[in-house]
Design a protein around this ligand. Structure first.
Ligand code: ACO
Length: 329
């Protein structure tokens, strides 16, 4: 018998400081009108210097575990989807320690804005095979630390946050289909690149001692990629679920840009009222954006047990993916 997968709880955490478009226009040559009309973003949350990625992820995780009616000691595995770990070696173990999830093994997963969808699929494999029963998946990013605050083309887009779900073994399978894709030939569209400085050691041996540069993005290329590939990948995930888009109750896309959300929904023939969006308040929070919008809609009572959801992430790599879920335990 196949072991099913259900989402037993969700949670979110955002920094308390917000930065609106008017404030940003004091920093770079831009305007609320430009940012709102091109992206739909009005404000974003910014993590204070002493706020760690692990603490944001932990706060979101605690809420998800509480909603699931579990304690941290019930968690078998923690997957932290992030591109902005506090430590290049990863932050998942710190989340495990801060939660007091004494039985859990924890690791980071990096797939930029596709991280939550890729993490969901990864975590699900451990449940399907019977290895683990309760998995905490957190999507968290603090991109404000990697943005060039002098570059108006990118600094207006991003914000900080964390969202989490508890995935649980279930008699009824609620992960109905998924599809994941990568295309490294387009890697140069969106990067936080490592700039190498050669440092000679001895004789003919030289190592690199460099630094990571701020985010660079080819906005129009990313836009074209998203509006073409996201509808395709949602269709493929629907096909695997043996469903069509008219059966969906909600579309939860990575919250990059309202124009991308509108264009993807139109191509999928999904009416606006089924498209969840909170990017106006949070901007693009990378791996956190899907669980942030999910948690908001669940706590507002919009998403109800039995509802069918399509989630889709897309971003650097390039990577993109989608999953079809039925809400409920
Ligand atoms: N304020 C005012 N003017 C600006 C700003 C700004 N913040 N940013 C760019 N401009 C100017 C440009 O300099 C340019 O001026 P010019 O014509 O004098 O050279 C003009 O506006 C148009 O610039 P474009 O880059 O062509 O603007 P576009 O309409 O493509 O909008 C945007 C830019 C919003 C970034 C769009 O391309 C987009 O949404 N792309 C997708 C990006 C995205 O979603 N990335 C994240 C996904 S992956 C992930 O989440 C990590």
């Amino acid at each position: 018998m196949t072991i099913g997968i259900a989402i037993a709880g969700c949670g979110a955490a955002v920094p308390s400081t917000s930065l609106n478009n008017h404030q940003l226009s004091q920093l770079v040559e831009t305007s609320d009108e430009w940012i709102s009309s091109r992206t739909g973003i009005r404000e974003r949350r910014i993590a204070a210097p002493d706020r760690s990625l692990a603490s944001l992820a932990t706060e979101a995780g605690e809420k998800a575990i509480a909603m699931a009616g579990l304690t941290a000691a019930d968690i078998d595995l923690i997957v932290l989807a992030t591109s902005t770990a506090d430590d290049l070696f990863g932050s998942a173990s710190q989340v495990q320690a801060q939660l007091g999830a004494t039985r859990a093994v924890a690791f980071d997963l990096t797939a930029a804005c596709s991280g939550f969808v890729f993490g969901l699929v990864t975590a699900s494999q451990f449940i399907r095979t019977g290895v683990y029963r309760n998995v905490l998946l957190v999507g968290a990013d603090i991109l404000s630390r990697w943005v060039d605050w002098d570059d108006r083309r990118t600094c207006v887009l991003f914000g900080d946050g964390a969202g989490a779900v508890v995935l649980q073994a279930s008699d009824r399978d609620r992960l109905l289909g998924f599809e994941m894709c990568s295309d490294g030939t387009q890697n140069g569209c969106l990067n936080v690149a490592y700039q190498s400085q050669p440092r000679p050691l001895i004789d003919n041996i030289t190592v690199a001692r460099g630094q990571y540069l701020p985010i660079i993005m080819s906005g129009q290329e990313v836009y074209k990629f998203a509006v073409k590939k996201v509808p395709e990948v949602v269709e493929k995930a629907l096909f695997r679920a043996n469903l069509t888009s008219d059966r969906l109750n909600w579309l939860l896309l990575h919250q990059a840009n309202q124009r991308i959300l509108d264009a993807v929904a139109k191509r999928l023939n999904i009416p606006d009222e089924k498209v969840l969006s909170n990017l106006g308040n949070y901007g693009n929070t990378s791996a956190a954006s899907i669980p942030l919008v999910l948690d908001e809609a669940v706590r507002q009572g919009k998403i109800q047990p039995g509802d069918l959801l399509a989630i889709s992430g897309f971003g650097a790599g390039l990577t993109w993916g989608a999953a079809i879920l039925e809400w409920g335990q």
